[in-house]
Design a protein around this ligand. Structure first.
Ligand code: MN
Length: 325
């Protein structure tokens, strides 16, 4: 997925860097990610930039894509992050500059590690199912690992944990205390789990992590708050369990060790300095010229159309920001 609201993420934030439990509703907003697709974005928010290493949370659908062009995000670059693609319904066709061509389907995880640089495209294939419903999340890479070689993982054997009232699919990291860990490779202690809630449940949490929940389907009561798709509920740190209840709703549990590094998110880059963003943008734009070498981002082969140019940089200097205020 591509971030088109490049200028909006550079805003001053007013959230608290919480060290204990919190209960903070972060409102989502509708954002176009291409001419035909709208998503609901909760992170980054001016009051809350990160939850653990999670730095970007888009949820979308269920949208009817049978009569529309569906999702169509042309080749675009990423640096310094991992993208998590997770679907409840539908199909997305992913291509990247490593040569990967992979369909994202419900129940299977696509994890793309941009590291020093990668490019990819995402489209609804012609033979797609009639609706598209899912999430795309970004994980910031820590400084020590943010220049790793790019890689792509497609994981079909995710651990499923059955607890009273909830079935949890562990996308990345571990569901605390259950010993069930996703084989997907991440670079900081974190958790991402899809919770199917039917009844009342207590989900085990790592008290050293901060956590948040975003609902994907139906209504789920989380920590006493009735949530539907739209907002993200930030829960802070220091909790060892989370009360959830629903008659069949579905939500994502996101958490991780508080990410203490300041990061600079601009367009599709996670960096640390203004100069890095300028250099990455210039390299991407130079690679778009006819006959130019594709450079560190490589080339997405097989996409029918032109790659996405980067937006203009703001006139002010970009500054790295902390996870909250
Ligand atoms: Mn993307």
């Amino acid at each position: 997925m591509s971030n088109r609201e490049a200028s909006r993420v550079e805003t001053v934030c007013v959230g608290e860097a919480t060290s204990g439990p919190a209960h903070e509703v972060v409102e989502g907003r509708e954002v176009p990610i291409s001419r035909t697709s709208l998503v609901n974005r909760t992170l980054p928010h001016r009051d809350r930039r990160m939850v653990g290493a999670w730095c970007f949370v888009d949820t979308y659908g269920p949208d009817a894509v049978i009569t529309l062009p569906g999702m169509r995000v042309p080749p675009h670059p990423h640096t310094g992050l991992q993208t998590v693609s997770w679907l409840l319904e539908g199909t997305i066709e992913h291509r990247d500059s490593l040569g990967s061509l992979q369909r994202v389907v419900p129940g299977e995880l696509n994890l793309m590690t941009a590291g020093r640089g990668i490019a990819h495209s995402e489209v609804s294939p012609p033979d797609r199912p009639s609706t598209l419903h899912g999430a795309q999340l970004w994980i910031a890479l820590p400084d020590a690992d943010r220049r790793v070689e790019p890689r792509f993982e497609h994981v079909t054997d995710l651990p499923v944990v059955r607890l009273p009232g909830v079935v949890a699919t562990v996308l990345v990291g571990e569901l605390h205390g259950t010993g069930r860990r996703s084989p997907a490779r991440v670079h900081t202690p974190l958790v991402g789990a899809d919770l199917r809630v039917d009844g009342v449940a207590q989900v085990p949490l790592d008290p050293a992590f901060e956590h948040a929940v975003v609902v994907l389907d139906g209504e789920v009561v989380v920590d006493g708050e009735a949530l539907r798709p739209g907002p993200l509920l930030y829960l802070g740190c220091g909790r060892s369990t989370l009360d959830v209840g629903s008659g069949g709703g579905r939500c994502l549990l996101l958490g991780g060790e508080p990410f203490e590094e300041e990061i600079l998110m601009w367009w599709n880059f996670v960096a640390r300095t203004h100069e890095e963003v300028v250099a990455a943008r210039e390299e991407w734009m130079a690679s778009l010229a006819e006959g130019a070498p594709s450079g560190r981002f490589g080339q997405v082969v097989g996409y029918d159309g032109a790659p996405l140019p980067a937006p203009a940089l703001p006139t002010s200097r970009l500054r790295p920001r902390g996870r909250a205020r």
